[in-house]
Design a protein around this ligand. Structure first.
Ligand code: BQZ
Length: 696
């Protein structure tokens, strides 16, 4: 069973019997066995050193049209001068279809909308792989799904190597030397330090990747040693865990030469809001370290990105990557992404919404289907999060505060959990062996999951009502909805606002399910459905009683986003952040969870880490820190013309598939290339409002 379960790379470390079986409690039942659902393809497990190295090569190449139209005309220096001293070199043996050829485009469809390019300063680009393709980070973790379990550690990226000091408190990182931003300006430690000091540590800024000062450990410092060396100092000893935080989304520095002049610390004219929005989507050719640069933006229509002529990665023959000249993002809906990719009018989709499973499976099974569809393991999961702050996070109203007190009451959380019929909730999304009831916590089938440490409160409306009464609630005005006790919120009906992501059908269906089931319990739920970029601010501002959330990588991989597993810092956890007095009013079990997660971060002993995660799982599920809803697999849908797609690439594990498949190595064989490029034979021009690409 273990070999098969997800076959997740990384830590398949199951160690003997669990030391902390769940303490039997009333209402607890057997954890449901997920229906058998094997991933449709397995990764070829390798070492990181089999995938890449940093090395100077005897010669370098680029697309002919770039040489002819740009280098020979003096618009660009020769490719060798545009590359760093030692580019990142992808090894041919790890490329499923070998060295590729230049040409073609990958057409994406996304449900998000860009509000600017200042990722470090908090602007969003629309998700769906735009930011992942534009912004490079110190380390990289997406492709780790194919790394051998006992060799799991983050891959080098902008940081090409690092070493720990004797005492384990200092980590010296060596950056790629001589690399340039896509406008030709040098990349150096100054970009890294500007990101750290003036975006992460400056709490007036909320970087889009979610980084907070505590993301890298309370009291951690980062200094420049020289142009290509930085040094971290941690309170913990050898907290290797933080190397994962230095990957996508939390440590992807922006171009200081562009951002600094807009930052209020250096430009008193600007407010922090103006800094965040200093580079709107109309501002094109914004300098990046990623493979593609935004050159065209048509609101509610499309974003086109063209190859970065200064991209610092090559294949083993010295061909500068990427192979694809262009990537584009049609601005539509997430659901339309599945439809268009299966139909062949788009090229890539993470099939993550069960309501599209059946149609997508049917169409992609046909012989002439343009795209292939490959299910991975169950790494998509949804949770109902009660806001656990009792000291003012989100400035709740009197009713809101009364609800927070209820949320902090275990009997109340048990009532809510036992009123949820997770089986029918899953089936309402899609019939078949896909969904499974999810108790909450770490996902069944993932590396650190332990069934014996998982508590589960199965569906029982009667028992749920008993717990509701135990929480002091009864329907005093006989309208079917329980009331607060006299003296609390005026004894009014218990009415709860549920925050929902309006951009996904799945989120809305699950929220509707919660609403209907709570009604049967005697709780009125009102949906607060938010679409677009403002949702993140509402979530991070704590402006919700309850929220339905598609979980991040922390509950799948544990090692990615670890600080999100519990409120280890003032702004690290989704459902409990500092109150108006700047303190975290943790419940006793939350404090235990924080202690366990901090021990995990400070430990590099695999046996101890596995044990700690059992304790975490037991604390989480026994106390219903989050109330799990459903868990299911996703499928990668990719047009059949693309080559170098790694086997067994999950849509989501350490990161999304847009990172996992290493798009800069993806290519289209000559006989399959199309004329789908929207801006053929062009390269990014100078950064500026309305500046399109240049042809020659
Ligand atoms: C994948 C992903 C790539 C963010 C986003 C979006 C944001 C959240 C989440 C997913 C989208 C796609 O997810 O659903 O398949 O392409 O972009 O970044 O939901 O609203 O804030 O966490 O990753």
């Amino acid at each position: 069973m273990k070999r098969h379960a997800m076959a997740l790379g990384g830590a398949g470390l199951m160690l003997g019997v669990s030391l902390l079986a769940v303490q039997a409690q009333d209402g607890m039942g057997k954890v449901p066995e997920p229906p058998a659902f094997a991933a449709q393809s397995e990764p070829n497990f390798v070492s990181i050193s089999d995938m890449l190295e940093y090395k100077a090569l005897p010669e370098y190449h680029e697309p002919e049209w770039v040489t002819k139209n740009f280098v020979d005309t003096g618009k660009l220096p020769p490719v060798a001068e545009r590359l760093p001293k030692e580019p990142l070199v992808y090894k041919t043996a790890n490329m499923p279809d070998g060295v590729g050829i230049y040409g073609d485009t990958m057409r994406h469809v996304i449900g998000g909308r860009p509000d600017g390019w200042n990722y470090a300063g908090g602007a969003q680009q629309g998700w769906g792989g735009i930011d992942i393709g534009m912004y490079e980070c110190l380390t990289r973790t997406g492709p780790l799904f194919q790394v051998k379990a006992d060799e799991l550690e983050p891959m080098p990226n902008l940081a090409k190597s690092w070493e720990w000091s004797e005492d384990g408190h200092e980590l010296t990182m060596h950056l790629i030397e001589g690399a340039k931003w896509s406008d030709g300006m040098p990349f150096s430690a100054d970009d890294v330090i500007f990101y750290w000091e003036d975006n992460v540590l400056d709490t007036n800024v909320s970087p889009t990747g979610g980084a907070t000062p505590e993301t890298f450990g309370v009291g951690t410092t980062l200094v420049k040693v020289d142009d290509y060396t930085v040094k971290w100092t941690f309170k913990e000893v050898r907290p290797t865990q933080y190397l994962y935080q230095m990957a996508y989304g939390a440590f992807c520095p922006g171009p200081a030469h562009m951002l600094k002049p807009q930052h209020p610390k250096y430009n008193a004219e600007n407010t922090y809001e103006e800094y965040k929005n200093a580079f709107p989507p109309e501002y094109l050719n914004f300098p990046v370290m990623g493979a593609w640069v935004p050159v065209e933006y048509r609101p509610d229509d499309v974003i086109v990105l063209r190859r970065n002529p200064y991209y610092w990665k090559v294949d083993a023959d010295g061909n500068q990557l990427p192979y694809l000249n262009e990537v584009s993002y049609r601005l539509s809906t997430w659901s339309d992404r599945d439809v268009q990719t299966v139909a062949g009018t788009a090229d890539f989709s993470n099939l993550e919404q069960p309501e599209n499973f059946v149609e997508s499976l049917k169409r992609s099974a046909e012989a002439d289907a343009p795209a292939r569809l490959q299910f991975g393991a169950r790494t998509i999961g949804y949770t109902l999060y009660p806001n656990l702050s009792g000291n003012g996070w989100g400035e709740p109203s009197e009713l809101g505060q009364a609800i927070r007190e209820l949320n902090r009451n275990l009997d109340f959380r048990k009532a809510v959990s036992m009123a949820l019929d997770r089986q029918s909730m899953g089936e309402s999304l899609v019939k078949g062996p896909f969904t499974t009831p999810y108790p909450g916590g770490l996902y069944a089938g993932t590396s650190f999951y332990d069934k014996d440490s998982t508590a589960y409160f199965p569906y029982s409306l009667d028992e749920a009502k008993a717990y509701l009464a135990k929480a002091g609630l009864s329907d005093t005005d006989g309208n079917g909805i329980v009331n607060f006790p006299a003296g609390t919120a005026g004894g009014q009906d218990v009415q709860i606002t549920l925050l929902v992501n309006g951009d996904y059908g799945t989120d809305k269906s699950l929220a509707e399910g919660v609403l209907t089931m709570m009604e049967k319990l005697g709780i009125r739920v009102v949906l607060d459905t938010i679409s677009g970029n403002s949702l993140t601010e509402i979530q991070q501002g704590g402006k919700f009683d309850w929220a339905v959330l598609r979980n991040g990588a922390d509950l799948v991989s544990v090692v990615q986003g670890t600080v999100g597993l519990a409120p280890v810092g003032p702004r690290t956890a989704f459902s409990h952040r500092v109150g108006t007095d700047g303190t975290l009013d943790l419940l006793p079990f939350e404090q235990e969870m924080v202690d366990v997660v901090n021990k995990f971060i400070a430990s590099s002993d695999n046996a101890e880490r596995a044990e700690l995660m059992k304790q975490y799982q037991a604390l989480y599920t026994q106390n219903l820190y989050g109330i799990g809803l459903t868990q299911y697999p996703g499928a990668l849908i990719i047009n059949k013309r693309f080559a170098n797609i790694p086997a067994g690439a999950p849509i989501f594990q350490f990161n999304w598939a847009e990172d996992n498949i290493i798009r800069e190595r993806v290519f289209v064989p000559a006989d399959k290339q199309t004329t789908n490029e929207l801006q053929p034979d062009t390269l990014p021009a100078a950064p500026g409002i309305g500046n399109g690409p240049i042809k020659n």
